[in-house]
Design a protein around this ligand. Structure first.
Ligand code: ADP
Length: 690
């Protein structure tokens, strides 16, 4: 056992005495294996269970020379080889030394001392080599198990050693294939750059760089760009002179990609934040603008209310003031008449204002429903002109009107609203023209070019030679209460609402309205509407006629029997007084049921029917009256609705029971008289629409 813990020495000699002598000399320090035959010794070495540090062989042996055996042994064992030889074999000895086959030799005759010294040296040499080999093996294990590419280069940048990861990164399978070559010789990608960096490191001592390079493509991993953080560090010899450098590269692709992803995410985030900030700023701007608009709208509303209040107060002052004057008494009959006229005028102004305000608020609230009926535009224009002609003639103004013959006899539209617009423009023209003329033209414009399928347009123009409007006031002219100057109302009357209403009405009809004007020379107001021709001109409603001065106003064509169905006492008195004043006979009942009975038993030429009454309303009364049995000599009298304003729906309901003719309260005397005188007579049927 003890013997086996000693380092092993093998001795091969054909002379057993020599073997004995050698064993004697060495056995204290070594476990000595002996063999007299090189062949047997070789078999022992091949047996693999011995690992001698030293193999000693005699040179002269029968069958095989010692140096030949040692050459064999070299292939089987890493033991240090020693030849024992006599001087006669000096040539063989020299050859063996030169071929590196032996570590030393022992010339005969040898002494145990010399043998011991030589074998100890040889054993140590073997042990050192073995330790070195093990170190190298460990180092290579270490290097190859590290995933980071590692390489050593000499100062001429030739590879001394490299690990598998490094070789792979260069596209080489075996790290040994790199040894002794430079990057440029290998032809690896990025060789020049790498060598420049190596050179710089050789001069600087140590460097750290991040580099990017393409990884070579392989079957498993297609080529892609990889990042390495490379540490280059020099190493020196014993005297401190630089011998070469070692490079250790760490694959930081994942970190770089994460960094890049992070910076992209950051950039995206920043962009989003910027966009968001911009959105918020825009929202804030919108909110501010909306608030400003709301404030302005509020301000406009307050201004509007203040103006309305003011406008109402002015005529009210007249009404109240004149009443008080009259009540106080002591007024001469002439003065009486003047005060009453002024009072009536103030009342009319008040009514006009009220109508306008209601109109506007109805339009603003989106409650304006336009009718679409066949209408005769020429008659409509004539009616309007008839209404303003008296005041025009009173001022000595010439009046012209021309409606193109291209305009069809019946067009579709809302007669009431159209008339309102035309009348407003005409009234203004007359009002603001002290001398000269007022003219109205109506023409048909072709559809706008390029708009296939668009309708032709009706263009109406009201021109005057009046005071004109300063350019700076033109733009706001169609806004509420936009009288050109404050004295206008005092000088000319008016509410400042007419044009605002016109604009809204025209825009509701899908049209446009505008004005051109030169101060001191006159104005030209115009509006354009899409023109729709009535499909059934023949089936039109009764022609639109208003109370015109050429109409037999105030004159009854002989007295007629009229039934007034009305519950309001003052209206009863007013209407009956007016009608009786021109020779009509008037019976009064104050509810629908009484009206049905009156018509059933009496004979009437005309019935004025209020809508809202106790007992029975106008609609039901009308239905019942229409159901009464009539005879040819006692036909059904025509019915006229007398009402304080009807909605479009109410008007529809009226039409449904056959009520076609409407008179608004408060009653316009002219219209009342005209209606009473003409409705129901041949050629005199009129629609007294308001
Ligand atoms: P008003 O009831 O005061 O006439 P409008 O809205 O119809 O209200 O008109 C507003 C203002 O426009 C008038 O007060 C007047 O100053 C100006 N205006 C309207 N038509 C004419 C015109 N034909 N010539 C000169 N000024 C006009």
């Amino acid at each position: 056992m003890i013997a086996q813990e000693l380092p092993t020495v093998m001795v091969v000699d054909d002379e057993p005495e020599v073997l004995m002598a050698v064993t004697d000399a060495l056995e204290d320090e070594f476990y000595v294996l002996t063999s007299t035959s090189p062949l047997k010794a070789r078999a022992m070495l091949e047996g693999d269970d011995i690992a001698p540090l030293v193999i000693i062989s005699d040179q002269r042996m029968p069958g095989m020379a010692g140096h030949e055996f040692l050459r064999w042994a070299r292939e089987l064992s890493d033991a240090t080889r020693v030849l024992i030889t006599g001087y006669t074999d000096i040539d063989a000895l020299g050859a063996a030394v030169n071929a590196g086959q032996i570590f030393g030799y022992l010339p005969k005759p040898w002494t145990p001392d010399r043998l011991g010294r030589l074998i100890r040296e040889a054993a140590e040499h073997c042990a050192v080599r073995r330790a070195l080999a093990e170190e190298r093996l460990l180092l290579s294990h270490l290097m190859n198990s590290v995933p980071d590419p590692i390489a050593f280069k000499d100062k001429n940048l030739r590879y001394l050693r490299s690990n598998v990861a490094h070789a792979k990164a260069l596209g080489v399978d075996n790290p040994d294939d790199l040894i002794g070559r430079t990057d440029q010789e290998i032809g690896a990608e990025g060789a020049a750059r790498r060598e420049a960096a190596d050179q710089a490191a050789l001069e600087a001592g140590i460097t750290v760089t991040d580099i990017q390079q393409d990884a070579p493509a392989s079957a498993e991993a297609p080529s892609r760009r990889r990042w390495y953080s490379v540490v280059r560090s020099t190493f020196k010899d014993g005297e401190g002179a630089t011998e070469g450098l070692v490079t250790i590269a760490r694959d930081i692709t994942a970190a770089k990609e994460a960094e890049q992803a992070l910076s992209e995410a950051h950039a995206t985030l920043e962009r989003r934040v910027a966009e968001r900030t911009e959105d918020l700023a825009a929202t804030a701007r919108d909110l501010l603008a909306a608030r400003k608009a709301a404030d302005m709208a509020n301000e406009a509303k307050s201004r509007y209310l203040a103006t309305v209040a003011h406008e109402l107060r002015t005529p009210l002052t007249g009404v109240i003031g004149f009443s008080e004057l009259l009540l106080r008494g002591g007024v001469s009959p002439g003065e009486w008449h003047r005060l009453l006229t002024l009072q009536a005028e103030a009342g009319r102004t008040l009514l006009g204002l009220l109508d306008d305000i209601l109109d506007l608020s109805k339009i603003e609230a989106g409650r304006l429903t336009l009718e679409n009926l066949p209408l005769d535009f020429r008659t409509l224009v004539d009616d309007c002109i008839a209404l303003v002609r008296p005041s025009a003639s009173g001022k000595g103004l010439a009046f012209n009107s021309a409606v193109t013959s291209a305009l069809p006899a019946k067009i579709m539209g809302d007669p009431t609203r159209l008339r309102q617009v035309v009348l407003n423009l005409l009234t203004n023209a007359v009002k603001f023209t002290p001398a000269g003329s007022v003219s109205l033209t109506a023409e048909v414009l072709p559809p706008p070019a390029g708009l296939g399928g668009a309708p032709s347009r009706l263009r109406v123009c009201v021109a005057d030679t009046g005071i004109g409007i300063p350019p700076e006031r033109l733009s706001g002219l169609f806004e509420e209460f936009s009288q050109v100057d404050e004295t206008t109302a005092r000088r000319f009357g008016g509410t400042g609402l007419g044009l605002a209403i016109c604009r809204r009405l025209v825009e509701h009809m899908d049209g446009r309205i505008g004005v051109e004007s030169v101060p001191g020379q006159g104005s030209r107001f115009w509006f354009e509407l899409p023109l729709a021709v009535s499909a059934e001109e023949a089936a039109a409603l009764p022609p639109l006629t208003g109370a015109g001065p050429q109409a037999p106003s105030g004159r009854a064509r002989g007295g007629r029997r009229i039934l007034l169905v009305e519950d309001d006492r003052s209206t009863q008195i007013l209407v009956s007084t007016i009608l009786r004043g021109v020779g009509h006979e008037v019976d009064i009942v104050d509810n629908g049921a009484a009206a049905v009975q009156a018509v059933d038993t009496g004979t009437y030429d005309l019935v004025f029917m209020d809508m809202h009454m106790p007992v029975m309303g106008g609609l039901e009364a009308t239905t019942r009256i229409r159901a009464l049995q009539r005879t040819p000599d006692r036909p059904l009298p025509p019915l006229v609705v007398l009402t304080a304003g009807v909605t479009a729906e109410e008007r529809e309901r009226c039409r449904a029971v056959g009520l076609e003719i409407f008179l608004s309260k408060p009653v316009d005397l002219e219209k009342l008289l005209l209606t009473a005188a003409t409705v129901g007579l041949p050629g005199g049927e009129g629609d007294a629409h308001d």
